[in-house]
Design a protein around this ligand. Structure first.
Ligand code: GDD
Ligand code: MG
Length: 355
């Protein structure tokens, strides 16, 4: 089976991490995020993937080349971002399958443990134009809300509505009949969620929902990105792309963790990164050459390449850009983002929850 992987988004919710690296290439549990998706796609029977690229397009081929994780790869760039539907139509030029064959379409920021072959089987048995993987979330307003009837047929597609009619959402993995992709206008900006799906449903085409409550996460926010990386390290979602065994932490080659430090909760310690004695690092992502000094505490945070946390500093759910420096004694929390290269002098910032 062939697949199209949507990787052209700008990843703005993950800035400053995505200033230099597109979201699907961010190091996650020791490898580029997409490595996990490629490995899982291969295990599900996908043999060839066409990347639909736009933002920082050249970085994808440089990262994966013509073959990776058991899958043959092709790349189709958009001169202007074409939106999700336009990107699918554009990338379909590089497909080689026949008009009735199923094509898997994947959002490039999803970790999912669902049964792709079962989704494809439902699609074929129903003779569907499109079959969507659906899952349930607490807050459906941030996603595509997708009600189905008793037979599993999709009855509406409501993208990011403030009045969701169900907790069942679009999980960002579709099976399209190859010929159904040709209903999307060529060389135009099209949203598959706001235009293509509603139009297919209105036209009476068979659009099915494969509902499966397996592990599922969209890593598009800082909090979710950290959670996804830690879940992979902890083995909550198995990935053959992870460079090590599941456990409390993943320490990459060349990293140095003092025996007197506590590092757990699915933390990744990147190449050349250092955690000194007396430091505590819980559920975090330390990229290459990051540095956590003695007595510092880092929780639920991302330290980008070369970022440094000084002695005794405390970081709680903080993103440090490349080379950012937090001086000794600072206390930062609550989603704070420090831009690349910024240096906070000693005890410049202290957030307190005390009354
Ligand atoms: N090539 C290309 N061109 N790719 C794009 C473009 C574009 O213009 N715009 C977005 N993408 C890619 C992104 O890189 C991402 O992999 C995917 O399309 C979805 O974009 P997001 O920006 O992550 O969308 P979202 O998370 O707000 O919502 C989507 O995913 C939800 C599930 O996580 C929608 O599909 C929702 O309906 C869905 O519930
Ligand atoms: Mg997303």
């Amino acid at each position: 089976m062939e697949a199209i992987l949507l990787v052209g988004g700008r990843g703005t919710r993950l800035r400053p991490l995505t200033i230099s690296t597109p979201k699907p290439l961010l190091p996650t549990a020791g490898v580029a995020f997409l490595a996990h998706q490629l490995a899982r796609a291969h295990a599900a029977g996908v043999e060839r993937i066409v990347f639909a690229t736009s933002y920082r397009a050249e970085m994808f081929e440089a990262a994966f080349g013509a073959h990776a994780h058991g899958v043959d790869l092709a790349y189709v760039d958009e001169r202007q971002p074409l939106g999700t539907g336009g990107a699918i139509r554009n990338a379909a030029r590089a497909l080689t399958c026949g008009p009735d064959d199923p094509v898997l379409i994947l959002n490039g920021d999803i970790l999912s443990g669902h049964d792709v072959p079962a989704q494809v089987k439902l699609h074929e048995q129903a003779g569907a134009a499109v079959t969507l993987h659906l899952t349930e979330v607490e807050d459906p307003s941030r996603f595509g809300c997708v009600p189905t009837d008793d037979g599993g047929r999709v009855t509406a597609f409501l993208e990011k509505t403030s009045h969701p009619v169900t907790n069942q959402i679009n999980a960002g993995c579709y099976v399209f009949r190859r010929s159904a992709i040709d209903t999307i206008a060529e060389d135009e900006v099209v949203s598959v969620e706001r235009e293509t799906f509603p139009a297919l449903i209105a036209s009476g085409a068979v659009v099915m929902g494969h509902v499966e409550p397996a592990y599922w996460l969209d890593v598009g926010t800082p909090e979710a990105f950290v959670r996804g990386s830690c879940d992979l390290v902890l083995g909550r979602l198995a990935s053959s792309a992870m460079p090590g065994d599941p456990g409390e932490r993943l320490t990459l080659a060349g990293a140095s963790v003092s025996p007197g430090a506590v590092v757990r909760g699915g933390t990744t310690v990147g190449r050349g990164a250092v955690v000194e004695a007396g430091a505590t690092v819980l559920g975090s992502v330390l990229l290459d050459d990051a540095f956590v000094a003695e007595g510092a505490t880092v929780r639920g945070s991302v330290l980008s390449r070369g970022a440094r946390v000084g002695p005794g500093a405390v970081l709680d759910e903080v993103i440090l850009g490349d080379g950012a420096v937090v001086g000794p004694g600072n206390e930062l929390c609550g989603g704070l983002r420090v831009w690349p290269g910024i240096e906070l002098p000693p005890t410049a910032v202290r957030f307190s929850t005390d009354a």
